[in-house]
Ligand binder design. Structure first.
Ligand code: PLP
Length: 403
């Protein structure tokens, strides 16, 4: 008898399953709006020019293949932290931010969850927005957390359910609960709190002693400006919160498969930071020993070179603006050209890579079967998958599905 004869088959990953169905489809009109990766105006994966130049610099310096330290490439981590917190950040200036390189955003979340599970001196309960990125629940659950939800999306308005969100954080979350916050470009809804609402959330976290854990996977992707997209993180820090932060360079530098990220924690002072850093190493060492070097070298070259940095900012803006133009175009075709039943203004107001269209599961099934258009069953579409060549066909397919 095999040792694994009793292993039950697990369910397929809901997002990667969409890609598999797309690949199997032979129709030339097929569109994949499932996966959260940027595509250019031709529907192709996009390697940023600043990344190509950074790689040429690195190549010219003939780097060795030695191991990085456990917490990765220190210069990179320092520059990543600066990008998120801002040069004027008080804990940054004080030298009290503990940080480590991570295996992209997922790895940062996992290190953070594992560190909190071991050292956070209160109950291991995390509140996630409802809905949230599908991987948040297993990351925190596998790290030993009890996972609960706070209200976020209002299906009636296709907007933020801010009153219910506040009520959950004020009345339902016990003191010292960990609260996961999407720093910008909320996935999957594309709905972010306004600056005023962030300020209220910060006040509630303070009053209720909730621990803010930010997931910032899309800095720059929401508005086109990395500093504008860091508003929530910087506001919380300026209000004195000791935040945890997971950063990813997958989307904003297009470094998906290079797995470049950082995890950081605001501590009280440099002495406490040193103790926290030592424990981060103890968490990481048995997980994967040390992170890969190439992607961190690319990101650091861009972050530390004035010319490449400026080029990067304009390329991030270009990606964000192409997505925003697709939102306007899709709204225009549905509303003005096709007079598609329903209200579609949320497509324009939502932010970042995704739009939560409001399409129901039966619509998504019909779109796949009849129109060769693939999206997740929750009605989320990756706006980056749309371009001038396929947007009219997509809008007509949606029109057909909802009539
Ligand atoms: N967090 C959110 C909200 C995401 O959408 C993603 C990617 O889709 C990630 C984290 C992590 O991605 P990665 O591990 O590729 O950086």
């Amino acid at each position: 008898l095999s040792a694994w004869s009793a292993v039950p088959a697990g369910p397929p990953d809901p997002i990667l399953g969409v890609t598999e169905a797309f690949k199997a489809d032979k129709d030339p009109r097929k569109i994949n709006l499932g996966v959260g990766a940027y595509r250019d105006g031709q529907g192709k994966p996009y390697v940023l020019d600043c990344v190509k130049k950074a790689e040429a610099f690195i190549e010219a310096s003939s780097p060795d293949k030695e191991y990085l330290p456990i917490t990765g490439f220190g210069e990179f981590t320092k520059n990543a932290v600066k990008l998120a917190y801002g040069v004027d950040s008080a804990p940054l200036k004080a030298g009290s931010i503990a940080a480590t390189q991570s295996i992209s955003g997922t790895g940062a979340l996992r290190i953070g969850a594992a560190f909190l599970a071991r050292h956070y001196p209160h109950a291991k309960v995390v509140y996630l927005p409802d809905p949230s990125w599908g991987n948040h629940t297993p990351i925190f659950r596998d790290s030993g957390f009890e996972v609960r939800k706070y209200a976020y999306f209002n299906p009636a308005t296709l907007g933020l359910n801010f009153d219910a969100l506040k009520a959950d954080l004020l009345n339902n979350a016990p003191e010292h609960s960990v609260v996961l916050l999407h720093a910008c470009a909320h996935n999957p809804t594309g709905i972010d709190p306004t600056p005023e609402q962030w300020s209220e959330i910060s006040d509630i976290c303070k009053a209720r002693k909730l621990f803010p854990f930010f997931d910032m996977a899309y800095q720059g992707f929401a508005s086109g400006s990395t500093s504008r997209d860091a508003f929530a993180v910087r506001h919380f820090v300026s209000e004195g919160h000791q935040i945890a932060l997971a950063q990813s360079f997958a989307k904003n530098m297009g470094l998906y498969g290079e797995r470049v990220g950082a995890f950081s924690l605001v501590t009280a002072d440099p002495e406490e930071k040193a103790r926290v850093d030592s424990q981060l190493k103890i968490v990481i060492r048995p997980m994967y020993s040390n992170p890969p070097a190439h992607g961190a070298r690319i990101a650091n070259t861009i972050l530390s070179n004035e010319e490449l940095y400026a080029e990067w900012e304009s390329e991030v803006k270009g990606m964000a603006e192409r997505i925003i133009s697709m939102r306007d175009k899709l709204y225009g075709i549905l509303t003005n050209d096709l007079k598609t039943p329903g209200e579609w203004s949320h497509i324009k107001s939502q932010i970042g890579m995704f739009s939560f269209t409001g399409l129901k599961k039966e619509h998504t099934v019909a779109l796949a079967q009849k129109a060769h258009v693939y999206l997740t069953a929750d009605g989320r579409i990756s706006m980056a998958g749309l371009n001038a060549n396929n947007i009219t066909y997509f809008a007509e397919s949606v029109d057909g599905a909802v009539r």
